[in-house]
Design a binder for this molecule. Structure first.
Ligand code: ADP
Ligand code: ASP
Ligand code: MG
Length: 409
């Protein structure tokens, strides 16, 4: 008998029929003798619908009120799933984030979980109930409802699994595991039996939205065994775990991409100590996260160009900040492009192999894809390219690194 935390995503609970099917699935684990805590997302499309309502009221919704609104989506699905379980003779209880004391900081719309008081959940499990918890939401110290950022139900599940010391955290979704790249873009993508936390973290950070980044961070930090599986088909899915040296290590595990990027350049800014701070300081002060940064030395040696990327939603805000910065610093111009994407190859096997970058650049060159920016780390190489090349670049790289084949060095 084990304690399992299961999370069902939006598509998996998208209709009442699907919620009933989830109840049947949960029952099978109960009948096997497992204790089950279930975390659910809102029905698919619901969080977007609620966001649309907020935007219809005003273009910039107040973050606190937005959280009160967005948290309602998950409150619907916990109640419906509990009803479906009870109808099947299975004792179950639903709880909102606040009711099970998922305590977060006060950063509305992107709150971080600080603590979970698991007493109530344990008490229910001891009484033989299935506990159904609303994903994506918590409560801050002052009792305000908070939400954890898009895709945040994954993080609720992992945090609960860590707090309860569950044997496994299972993320049930509409794909049967983590693939070498998004199977919707490359149909030949291959499901991975396992992937390390480190690689999964890179994949998630670089745009693979199958798991929320914070969920992977949390699972790695607390060593929560994490598995991604299909709600609709049987199978073992993908296990995310620590690196095991004897596992046959693929050179490249996968290709991630992010369509949410935009690029900005401050052209001809006087090259003095502190220039990066003068340009990027005001951007950070506006609470905008900066991703890739490149500083070039101009031929005259007196000025420099500074290029960086931000989330596409922040593009126009940053453009106007930079125009102000340019006036203050005497920079020549500010340019920008919000039709770019980032494509990355990821793999811990890269550490011990040279030549990955050159294969990547050669492949893109052959396809006529112009690289606009490059950044590297020990286990990833990212390039920024024009948005129109996204599918071409991902497919070509998937083929060049033989990712359709089972992993062999
Ligand atoms: P849920 O609503 O269950 O949380 P998501 O839409 O958040 O589901 O995540 C599942 C989706 O992630 C898949 O449908 C797939 O298109 C996408 N995805 C992106 N990258 C990958 C990848 N490397 N492997 C598997 N799925 C991926
Ligand atoms: N419903 C939220 C969202 O769509 C949280 C989640 O599904 O994980 O982002
Ligand atoms: Mg998700």
């Amino acid at each position: 008998m084990s304690l399992i935390v299961q999370k069902y995503g939006g598509t998996s609970v998208g209709t009442t029929e699907r919620i009933s099917a989830v109840a049947d699935k949960v029952m099978r684990y109960r009948e096997r003798g497992d204790d089950v805590v279930v975390v659910v997302s809102a029905m698919s499309g619901e969080t977007d619908r609620l966001l649309g309502l907020a935007n219809a009221i005003g273009s910039v919704p107040v973050p606190r009120e937005l959280d009160v609104l967005l948290a309602t989506g998950e409150q619907v699905t916990i109640a419906l799933l509990s009803m479906a379980l009870q109808q099947r003779g299975c004792a179950a209880r639903s709880y909102t984030g606040a009711q099970v004391h998922i305590r977060t900081d006060s950063a509305h719309n992107k709150a971080r979980i600080r603590a979970i008081d698991d007493a109530r959940v344990h008490a229910d499990l001891t009484e033989g109930r299935v506990v159904v918890v609303a994903g994506f939401q918590g409560v801050d110290e002052d009792g305000n409802i908070t939400t954890l950022g898009r895709g945040g139900s994954d993080t609720t599940a992992v945090a609960l699994a860590a707090a309860l010391k569950a044997d496994e955290c299972q993320i049930f979704t509409d794909v049967d595991g983590v693939y070498t790249t998004d199977p919707r873009v490359v149909p030949q993508a291959r499901r991975l039996d396992r992937i390390t936390f480190e690689e999964m973290l890179e994949m998630a950070s670089l745009g693979s939205k199958v798991l929320q980044i914070r969920a992977v961070e949390f699972a790695g930090k607390y060593n929560v065994p994490l598995r991604v599986l299909s709600t609709f088909e049987e199978g073992n899915g993908t296990l995310i775990s620590y690196e095991e040296p004897d596992v046959e290590q693929a050179l490249i595990s996968g290709i991630a991409f992010n369509r949410d990027e935009a690029k900005l350049t401050v052209v001809g800014v006087p090259d003095q100590p502190g220039v990066a701070h003068r340009v990027l300081g005001p951007v950070a002060d506006a609470n905008v996260e900066v991703d890739m940064i490149i500083q070039n030395v101009a031929p005259d040696g007196a000025t420099t160009d500074l290029t960086f990327t931000v989330h596409r939603n922040d593009y126009s805000k940053v453009l106007s900040i930079l125009k102000q910065v340019a006036r203050e610093t005497g920079a020549q111009d500010v340019t920008g492009d919000d039709k770019i994407v980032k494509v990355s190859v990821v793999g811990v096997g890269m550490r011990s192999h040279a030549g990955i970058a050159s294969t990547m650049f050669e492949t893109l060159a052959k396809e006529g894809v112009n690289i606009r920016m490059i950044s590297t780390s020990e286990i990833k190489i990212s390039v920024v390219v024009d948005e129109r090349y996204l599918e071409l670049a991902v497919r070509a790289l998937h083929e060049a690194f033989n990712l359709e084949q089972p992993a062999l060095i």
